[in-house]
Design a protein around this ligand. Structure first.
Ligand code: ATP
Ligand code: MG
Length: 321
């Protein structure tokens, strides 16, 4: 099956000489929700802008539904809808005029029924005659989505759709995106809210400094790169780790009140039984045992900064052996 988007060795060096994209390869599958994560300046908007035909690549190629974005630009642009990162919405035009005009830009014949459906889906129908400059920030974002959907694209790009948006609207957005997926639309979104990617995405790509560091199914990513920490809460604080326990990779934390052992999520849990027995022989009494699993956010921080991921809230509470 043809991928929705096939990106091969894509590069971008801006006129300033800054290389925003090192060669990037990525295939976005039809019908999936793909989340692109990365810190500020990673190259997410650059990548999206190239696929959408707004920025010219300096190397590589991109196929949209099998069509080359440079040689068949008219075809590929019509297949794509873009909700840009920046809001440019001080317009004097009404909502309905703006969205109707957007459809016309793609050379699609007028279809008032479609425009009505889009505006109703986005709860904008009641505001259809309002000038855009009088809408709230959240409503303006909805208008951007309506514009992007006006010409019935097969692929929708959402560049930080929920930046600065309240919790309720964020949840609405998620529902809108899921609904689009149900209708067969491929969605590529960027976000700084890891929870959003965790909630929505089928697959996740992490970018940093113009490179795509990993691309994987969300669940695989958690399994492959996640880490677990075994935490032993001690009945009495310890001043130092007893030498008899040096064979175990343990760290004394929380002012001697806990012993921790970090291991890869793909590894088996360390042998808790023998460990507890050895602790007992050394006179250390363990009050409680739990296991923590690193979150997607920990994995992200780890990937991007190459540092140690902090432990997240406990997700599993496992009894000692
Ligand atoms: N027109 C331009 N000329 C020169 N450099 C640019 C231009 N546009 C972007 N850049 C640089 O390219 C890099 C990638 O920018 P880009 O906007 O793609 O990042 P991003 O991942 O979308 O970041 P953010 O999360 O802040 O939106 C940045 O260092 C940026 O300063
Ligand atoms: Mg950006």
């Amino acid at each position: 099956m043809t991928d929705a988007i096939a990106i091969e060795r894509l590069e971008k060096t801006y006129a300033s000489g800054f290389q925003a994209l090192k060669p990037v390869d990525l295939a976005v599958r039809r019908g999936e929700i793909f989340a692109l994560l990365g810190p500020n300046g990673a190259g997410k908007t650059t990548l999206i802008s190239i696929v959408c035909g707004i920025v010219n690549p300096t190397g590589g190629r991109v196929l949209v539904e099998g069509h080359d974005i440079l040689r068949q630009a008219r075809v590929t642009r019509a297949l794509i809808g873009l909700v840009p990162q920046e809001l440019t919405t001080d317009s004097f035009e009404s909502v309905i005029a703006t969205v109707t005009f957007s459809r016309g830009l793609f050379g699609k014949p007028a279809d008032p029924a479609h425009i009505e459906r889009v505006l109703r889906d986005l709860s904008l129908w009641d505001k259809r005659d309002t000038q855009i400059r009088y809408l709230s920030g959240g409503m303006k974002r909805r208008v951007l989505i309506a514009k992007a959907l006006s010409h019935e694209p097969k692929i929708l790009f959402l560049d930080e759709p929920t930046a600065g948006v309240d919790v309720e609207l964020r949840r609405d957005m998620w529902e809108i995106v899921r609904d689009l997926k149900r209708k067969g639309v491929t969605v590529v979104l960027t976000t700084h809210y890891i929870q959003e990617a965790e909630e929505m995405a089928d697959r996740i790509g992490v970018m940093s400094r113009g490179e795509l560091l990993v691309v994987d199914e969300k669940a695989n990513l958690m399994r492959r790169l996640g880490r677990k920490t075994l935490i032993l809460r001690l009945a009495e604080p310890l001043a130092a780790l007893p030498p008899a326990l040096s064979a175990y990779d343990l760290t004394l934390t929380e002012e001697g009140r806990t012993l921790t052992h970090a291991y890869a999520a793909t590894e088996d849990r360390p042998p808790v039984g023998p460990l507890l027995a050895d602790l007992g022989s050394a006179g250390v009494v363990v009050g409680d045992v739990e296991t923590r699993q690193s979150s997607l956010e920990d994995i992200f921080v780890d990937l991007v900064h190459g540092g140690d991921a902090p432990d997240s809230a406990p997700t599993t509470q496992e009894a000692a052996a």
